[in-house]
Design a protein around this ligand. Structure first.
Ligand SMILES: Cc1ncc(COP(=O)(O)O)c(C=O)c1O
Length: 427
């Protein structure tokens, strides 16, 4: 483990999720293309986690770059409280058509998209004069790092210092599954029992990451479980919020994970792949009935929420160009699961691999270690070993996963799986 040496770190930068006393100093990247990061020393790395899951098609995807460049010369930004523009209109129309929802509210990132969903849900009940005091979330959830998003996320090392500031959330178990799991049905049944009990308290909303919890350890659940959750949520008259910040835009193997899971949520949060990974932007989609609940001459009905860069026209141009690519070649995301399967099957035979699992662009497993978890050092060791072989991974403690951009070639995927296999031998 690296000793903190100030000479290896920039004297004015503060990196996210990074403890400088123990982390490896960040590498300086000079450019990127497709799935490759080019470093200043001339070496390359395959970005096998899409740079925190945002780089959807590939780095520097030419059509998105061109769309942004063209937009900079036309309209770079305008206050969205008083103006609208064609980019925002087209994007809203297309995303509503794809998701089956009706209204789109813009923000800046995944956390804000979740905050907005929570605020819409909460205030909708308030505006009706029927305030509901409970929000339900799932064990292991991660919804972002702002306060509301932290509150609905699993309480953890990340949120511990802020615990007194986080609102209470009722939590149901998340019956994650994997290849060869023979107890999933029983755990699903137990989770549904808990959820049913929790929903006896009037509930404003239930929030979940459809099919795949990302930061919570690439934890995957079955569509039938989510459909049963949705039935209970409907019976209780609560709102269902789908956080598709990670799973949206083909990452689950369908354009949206809700489609693959058979869910029809009331609210949906999107970000990450939205702009193809080029620009920070989040959106929250809502049903028309929710929008209607905010209309009236009483000013207190208004959703008093907004960000300076709401509906940034460059972000809209990037998002439209990214959607063009997804619509033109759905096989690019539909095919990822089959392309990665043989590599994961081969790894699954390794004695240090447990609970192999796969969904869309995500192929994951747990390291067989005595003390699994985010602080387990084995994942970091594996990260160093694969990096020596030209592959960039960022395991979640003892959970190792690939989540590559769609542009990743079969040869590059092979290189990733082989690098992991060799690293496992060396661990
Ligand atoms: C499911 C989910 N929701 C919300 C977020 C927060 O997004 P952001 O990091 O853009 O704030 C993330 C980030 O990883 C996520 O995976």
């Amino acid at each position: 483990m690296a000793e903190f040496s100030s000479s290896l770190w920039h004297s004015h930068l503060w990196h996210p999720f990074t403890q400088v006393a123990t982390a490896e100093p960040p590498l300086r990247v000079v450019s990127a293309r497709g799935s490759l990061l080019y470093l200043e020393q001339g070496s390359t790395l395959i970005d096998a986690i899409s740079s925190w899951w945002v780089t959807l098609h590939g780095h520097a995807e030419p059509s998105i770059a061109a769309a942004i460049a063209a937009q900079t010369m036309v309209l770079e930004q305008v206050i969205f409280a008083n103006f609208r523009h064609v980019g925002a209109e087209r994007l809203a129309e297309r995303l509503c058509r794809h998701t089956g929802l009706d209204r789109l509210f813009f923000s800046d990132n995944g956390s804000t998209a979740v905050e907005v969903a929570l605020k819409i849900a909460w205030q909708w009940w308030h505006n009706r004069g029927e305030p509901r005091s409970q929000v339900v979330a799932f064990a292991g959830a991660y919804h972002g790092d702002t306060f509301g998003a932290m509150a609905v996320g699993e309480r953890s090392l990340f949120s511990a210092p802020f615990e007194p500031l986080l609102f209470d959330v009722a939590r149901a178990p998340w019956p994650a599954t994997w290849w060869g799991d023979d107890s999933v049905q029983e755990r699903e049944g137990q989770a549904l029992e808990v959820l049913e009990r929790l929903l006896q308290t009037p509930t404003a909303a239930v929030i979940l990451e459809p099919l795949l919890q990302g930061s919570g350890g690439m934890a995957m659940v079955r569509p039938a479980f989510l459909q049963a959750v949705q039935r209970l949520v409907r019976q209780a008259g609560a709102l269902l919020i789908a956080d598709e910040v990670l799973t949206g835009f083909g990452r689950s193997g369908s354009l949206f994970a809700c489609q693959r899971a058979g869910l029809t949520p009331d609210l949906m949060a999107l970000s990450k792949g939205l702009t193809g990974g080029f620009l920070p932007m989040g959106v929250t989609l809502a049903r028309e009935a929710l929008y209607a609940g905010f209309i009236g001459t009483d000013p207190s009905l208004t959703l008093f929420h907004g960000h300076s860069f709401t509906a940034n026209p460059l972000g809209c141009a990037a998002a439209l160009a990214s959607l063009d690519l997804l619509e033109a070649s759905p096989e690019s995301y539909r095919g990822m699961e089959a392309r990665m399967k043989p590599g994961l099957v081969a790894l699954a035979a390794h004695p240090k691999v447990c609970r192999p699992r796969q969904l869309g662009c995500a192929a994951a497993f747990d390291l067989a270690v005595a003390e699994p978890g985010y602080l387990n050092a084995a994942g970091r060791r594996l990260q160093q070993l694969v990096q020596q072989q030209g592959v960039f991974l960022r395991p979640l403690g003892s959970v190792v996963y690939l989540f590559p951009p769609l542009a990743t070639t079969d040869e590059q995927l092979d290189q990733c799986f082989q690098a992991i296999a060799q690293a496992l031998d060396q661990l």
